[in-house]
Design a protein around this ligand. Sequence first.
Ligand SMILES: Cc1cc2nc3c(=O)[nH]c(=O)nc-3n(C[C@H](O)[C@H](O)[C@H](O)COP(=O)(O)O)c2cc1C
Length: 509
Amino acid sequence: MKNRDNSIAWNYHDATKHSYWSVRSSGHGLDWDNRPFPFKVYPDLEPIPLPQSTEPLSHEALSAISSVIAPTAGQPLPDLSALARILYLSAGITRRRNHSGGEFFFRAASHTGAMYAIELYLVCRDLPGLEAGVYHFGPGDFALRKLRSGDLRGVLVRATAAEPAMVLSPAIIVSTGTYWRNAWKYQARTYRHFGWDGGTLLANLLAAATAVGLSARVVLGFVDAPVNGLLGLDTSREVALSLVPLGYQEGLPTDHVPTVEPLTHATLAYSKSEVDYPLLREMHEASSLISEPEAQDWRSGPNTIRPLKPAADFVPLSPIPDAAPSDSIDRVIIRRGSTRQFARKAIALNQLSSILYHATQGIPADFLDPPGNLLNDLYLIVHAVEDLSAGAYVLHRDSWVLEQLEAGQFRREAGHLGLDQELPADASATVFFLANLNPILERFGNRGYRAVQLEAGIIGGKMYLAAYALGIGATGLTFYDDEVTEFFSPHAAGKSAIFLMAFGRPAGK
Ligand SMILES: Cc1cc2nc3c(=O)[nH]c(=O)nc-3n(C[C@H](O)[C@H](O)[C@H](O)COP(=O)(O)O)c2cc1C
């Protein structure tokens, strides 16, 4: 059981840290002639076109971001148009732009470097408008392609040792990551990016599921090999990362597991040649589960990661009530993009508070029970927020207060920590995600590293949406790992930097 040898996750994490010197000495250039094609293409399979809805959804954005529907009876059976809506709002093409390196297809969720290495598959029973089968979602032509016929959900249910939401789900969405499609740019750091990009996508997916009235849950506790086998993946290049059971139906019998033959569908090459980064495959294999008891153990037992305790100097936060008008969730998703320049203007305290609040709610995941638990702690550098003095803070979610760690204007420091970019210096506030990896890896093994990165991506994705719902700009960012921990120490001593977001007024608006 390699998953229990936590030294592998630590090695990966340490080997893929950014520092001022590592960034300047890497010598890695982008080979634009070899840029990977951003879509997986099955040339021999017929497309099944998906219906494009033009009707706006009635669900208000902030509430869709922060609420979930429990997997209980009374939900509609998902039909093709509901599934099409969810797939579009998670991974559909929302913008196209020409660039000297070729045409870029921007997607509904933010992804590092617009590389879009996350693919989606659907495994379902007979549904209105769609036969039972295993399908690949192609955002390029907005179509499904059938990889297998028949109801094969039992393979996934067994792989999760009968996780309750899986047993009850008529349709399961599987996310995968394709190494080369991110590693072309980010090399061995791609495993972190799988969590980040997979997470931003899931933030959209969870909100879209809520908006169409379906329950959804993020399941990471599964035996890897049968899931990869069901999708016919070449696991040296593409691997399953998460399962999301949608909706509710009568329980699926769990005693019968269908057998599946290897798949032989051809796919097109992404690039003329690919570079292999063995560290990525090593991290994946070492965080793979190989038996059902391991999958069962993943979700049983108390989650020992405790929330932070507030200290003396704190500022209470007051989220904007849900009743405050905001756009529907689909309109917010479609207009979302990463802010390219901030205006150094202030945002309101209740706007910052609302972003933090809505982004940290509604994350139904099999590694976060009881609900409300999170693996990441949120630290802030505030530059320009009305009624909040500039400085460094830590968020206490249990009492909903910001504790000031140090007063002062830290624009220059934030810019430096965020890889010497202008965005974190010009923003109104930056939010750094830090996690205490030791107890997480002790509880979950190496796979806890997948969970902590994915959780960060989900919260980051929700932050993007909450900010855009409130008319504020946002962007994900990259960072110098150890310098982030040093900046927030002694409070953050021993923690690892996981993720970074910046918020503010976009320049020119
Ligand atoms: C985790 C994460 C880190 C990112 N890091 C940076 C960054 O360091 N600098 C930057 O300019 N953009 C960064 N981005 C923004 C992406 O480049 C952007 O999401 C991508 O180009 C897609 O564009 P869109 O978000 O406007 O759809 C990051 C995004 C994410 C999700």
